[in-house]
Design a protein around this ligand. Structure first.
Ligand code: ACO
Length: 386
């Protein structure tokens, strides 16, 4: 039986707002207080004391690793960094492809080339997640170089995850500050509760599909401008605004036209996104080092005016607002911002799908049917327009 719009059988929540779809011990968000916690550790503590490899372990295993456990995970990630099987495809992709499309397609291809593709054991699933986490930086960096007419660079296993990514991207070892900031960028983006891309990955795994299909779904979902794709739009917006003086007239016009301001608003946060707070500090620091670069100043003015205009509605900067400014200062191309988000989030997606499989149940919501009933079937020759 279908559900009619009048039915009170099921409560309808547009965009699944407020719907509880799973029980998870991975990350917690208090949107009113602006708190984000991974496995009980605040994001501020982790950004200050931890590193991305440790976060991958923490998210996947539920506790901080001992030194040998961290070493084992780090060695696995290093072992999986190369992606020879994918390189002919990555080289053949059009040079004008969006890097997020490359990332999505490459992870999908990993499912074809994976030596253990038909092994669905728990242990191998974990390895598949680690393969994706390890290979994503190589995929992003290699494609970025290939499209610029440069040769991809082999990973350097003396470098950590963040350092190696910057090295493979730029062809030279990064300075300490850039490597630290990239590591923090990876820490901050690694997980965020039941967000759209995580849910997407979970829906796919709930059919007992495979890890690669599930992570490919997550990547496709992250790409959208209402989700991870907002960071590259923020930079485009700041460039379009051009000057501090133009902030108010530009925003007035955009808000008047009811356009969404990228990098603002969140389904869960009504308070300031704690990740944006951390990134703002680095955006400021890097902005001060680059004389004549107005991006941070324009950004800060946008924040100030947005809070004045719509802050009372709980519309505050989200993680994507300052991440673009930071990445731009690190010399990273705008369309590589969301792939960097995906590199990091792969650990969160992986953790959630493995956790969900522990007590899997197929996701299958319903819709309120508002189409017609009892239509009379008319043979094609008798339909109007024949
Ligand atoms: N700019 C202007 N107004 C906004 C914004 C914004 N960025 N975000 C929300 N609003 C307004 C809406 O116009 C709406 O106003 P109304 O009640 O007067 O109609 C109200 O706030 C509620 O907005 P919704 O879109 O219904 O909120 P929802 O929870 O569905 O959307 C979302 C959340 C998609 C993040 C939204 O705030 C948005 O589009 N932001 C811009 C894109 C963005 O930055 N996305 C990144 C999010 S963080 C992440 O995914 C990593």
């Amino acid at each position: 039986m279908s559900i009619s719009p009048e039915s009170d059988e099921i409560k309808y929540a547009k965009g699944l707002e407020g719907v509880i779809a799973a029980i998870s011990g991975i990350s917690f968000i208090d949107g009113d207080q602006g708190i984000l916690v991974y496995r009980g550790f605040s994001i501020e503590t982790l950004a200050k004391h931890s590193n991305y490899e440790e976060i991958v372990y923490l998210l996947l295993h539920g506790e901080l690793p001992t030194r040998p456990e961290l070493e084992e995970l780090t060695n696995k990630l290093k072992e999986y960094r190369t992606c020879e099987a994918l390189m002919p495809s990555i080289r053949s992709f059009p040079k004008d492809a969006h890097p997020m499309d490359v990332v999505r397609s490459a992870v999908s291809l990993m499912g074809i080339y994976c030596p253990d593709k038909f092994d669905f054991s728990k242990e191998i699933k974990m390895q598949k997640v680690l393969r994706v986490v390890a290979k994503l930086p190589s995929i992003v960096a290699s494609y970025d170089r290939i499209r610029k007419g440069l040769e991809p660079i082999e990973p350097d296993n003396s470098l950590n995850h963040a350092e190696n990514f910057l090295y493979m991207l730029n062809g030279e070892k990064p300075d300490e500050l850039s490597a630290k900031i990239m590591d923090i960028m990876f820490i901050l983006h690694a997980d965020h509760g039941m967000n759209a891309s995580t849910f997407s990955a979970m829906v796919t795994i709930s059919t007992l599909s495979d890890v690669y299909s599930s992570l490919t779904a997550g990547i496709g979902t992250l790409k959208g401008p209402l989700h991870g794709g907002a960071n590259e739009r923020v930079l485009k917006m700041l460039r379009e605004i051009k000057s501090v003086d133009n902030v108010k007239p530009w925003l007035d016009e955009a808000l008047e036209e009811r356009r969404k301001i990228m990098g603002f608003g969140h389904r869960v946060y009504r308070a300031y996104d704690p990740r944006a707070k951390i990134l703002k500090k680095y955006a400021k620091q890097l902005g001060e080092q680059k004389q004549g670069d107005l991006l941070f100043e324009i950004g800060e003015k946008v924040e100030e005016y947005m809070l004045e205009k719509v802050g009372a509605k709980g519309i505050q900067p989200n993680v994507d607002f300052y991440s673009g400014i930071v990445l731009n200062h690190l010399g990273i191309a705008t369309d590589v911002f969301t792939p960097i988000f995906a590199i990091s989030r792969s650990a969160g997606w992986g953790s959630h799908i493995l956790e969900y499989l522990e007590s899997n149940r197929l996701f299958r919501p319903r819709a309120i049917y508002n189409g017609p009933y009892h239509q009379e079937y008319i043979e094609i020759e008798n339909r109007e327009g024949e």
